[in-house]
Design a binder for this molecule. Structure first.
Ligand code: SF4
Ligand code: SF4
Length: 427
């Protein structure tokens, strides 16, 4: 049992009001009390009291949560249901072990040079196992044991973002570091290209910290706390070595940003590592999501308005759970995009896209598909040409949901759209 976490205290604090249930991502597709935040909390209380065994069925239930944070967001007692599920997943990992492919993946996350080699090999041999779909990425052609067939997967770039640019790019204004995140580093490299382009247009000095590691979110959501501890500590020590020399570190990825700004501190506090929790908290003051920083601390909005680029394409904006619910970021990207695009809101931009993490995208992919369908449909209803969100996990999930449901809408990170507006506007 998790030594550091008091599940029954949380269970006792739940007043059973049920406010968390209607918008719960798993409950929406599997409307059963056991797969609801209130149900998870009850089961965790019983588990701690020794009344529930962590058997295969309990494992299956706890792994069905999407960690979308809706429950925590709406709970009148602010009960951290997502966090207690992350904690019990560590117990599950201890009891059942972690599947070989996830262990292999987390090992790569801990060793950037190995990941670089694997990604290069993946790029070189991609034509052997995958077929391209124009402008949309890759579709698995055959049944891999861990990824089902006919599915849109992100393509690999020839050169990662971190290997593509020098560590310093001169500018006359503030000095800003970029934390890129693994998907944008290896797959969606156009996000980093666009961020560099936007910062250059603003004459901001860019620092690309080459030794940055994965934020550890994939491992955290899977219960591999060893990997979380290793990566978070290495990153914290590295960030501290240059944080005095920068004005900010910006992240064009909601999940990485939420992990670094919120979950690192929580993770260390829950394990009694107060010193590390404090160090993580100290760094937070200078860490921002990219659109948040660009909107609040630069003249980007003014510049976009001056450029006067106006596009016919209609954008619909998806609120990534880790952007809006965890960090309160929703206005900033919209305000920037409004300068160049018409925004057509979808019926429920706050509804989780159904990405859910590594386990959901592999062993429980049927659940991700079910959760993805309503999001794809509401995007289609807007008749927008482009769906945007500042999150590559959402990009991977939404792009596939659109593809599998024959909906022809392109996905773009807001930073890519902003770069385009700066490029195509008046000089
Ligand atoms: S995190 Fe999301 S899926 Fe999990 S219990 Fe809460 S609302 Fe439901
Ligand atoms: S909203 Fe909070 S208090 Fe109400 S049932 Fe859900 S977890 Fe319990």
């Amino acid at each position: 049992m998790s030594e550091k976490f008091n599940f029954s205290k949380i269970s006792d604090e739940c007043i059973k009001c049920g406010k968390c249930i209607p918008g719960c991502t798993i409950h929406l597709i599997n409307p059963d009390e056991t797969t609801s935040p209130r149900g998870f909390i009850d089961l965790l209380g019983a588990y701690e009291k020794g009344e529930l065994e962590l058997d295969e069925s309990a494992k299956d239930i706890f792994e069905s949560c999407f960690l979308c944070t809706h429950c925590t967001d709406v709970c009148p007692n602010s009960l951290p249901t997502d966090m207690v599920i992350e904690e019990v997943r560590a117990d599950i990992a201890k009891k059942y072990g972690i599947a070989w492919f996830k262990r292999a993946f987390f090992t790569l996350l801990r060793h950037r040079f190995l990941m670089d080699i694997m990604m290069k090999l993946g790029w070189a041999f991609k034509s052997c196992g995958f077929k391209s779909v124009e402008n949309k990425g890759m579709v698995a052609r055959f049944n891999l044991p861990i990824i089902k067939t006919d599915r849109l997967l992100p393509s690999l770039s020839k050169k990662s973002f971190l290997n593509k640019y020098p560590s310093k790019i001169k500018g006359k204004k503030q000095r800003v570091a970029i934390f890129i995140g693994c998907l944008a580093n290896y797959n969606y490299t156009e996000i980093g290209d666009s961020l560099v382009e936007v910062l250059k247009a603003l004459d901001i000095e860019i620092f690309i910290p080459k030794k940055q590691k994965c934020c550890a979110a994939p491992a955290y959501f899977t219960g591999d706390f060893y990997t979380v501890e290793v990566l978070a500590k290495q990153n914290i020590e590295y960030f501290e070595s240059f944080f005095d020399e920068i004005d900010a570190m910006i992240i064009p990825e909601a999940t990485c940003s939420a992990m670094i700004k919120h979950d690192w501190e929580v993770f260390f506090r829950n394990r009694g590592m107060e010193d590390w929790a404090k160090r993580a908290r100290e760094l937070n003051k200078k860490i921002f999501m990219a659109t948040e920083y660009l909107y609040k601390y630069t003249n980007l909005k003014e510049l976009l308005d001056k450029k006067g680029a106006w596009f016919d394409e209609v954008i619909t904006y998806h609120d990534a759970c880790h952007a809006k619910k965890v960090q309160g970021i929703e206005k900033e990207p919209r305000e920037l995009l409004k300068s160049a695009f018409k925004i057509e809101e979808m019926s429920d931009s706050n509804r989780c896209c159904g990405f859910g993490g590594v386990t959901m995208q592999t062993e429980k992919f049927e659940l991700a598909q079910k959760a993805g369908l309503p999001k794809a449909k509401m995007i289609e209803e807007t008749k927008a040409n482009i769906v945007s969100a500042e999150c590559s996990a959402c990009r991977m999930q939404i792009s596939n949901s659109l593809y599998q449901n024959n909906i022809d809408v392109e996905f773009k990170n807001p930073i890519e759209l902003i770069a385009r507006a700066l490029r195509d506007g008046r000089d």
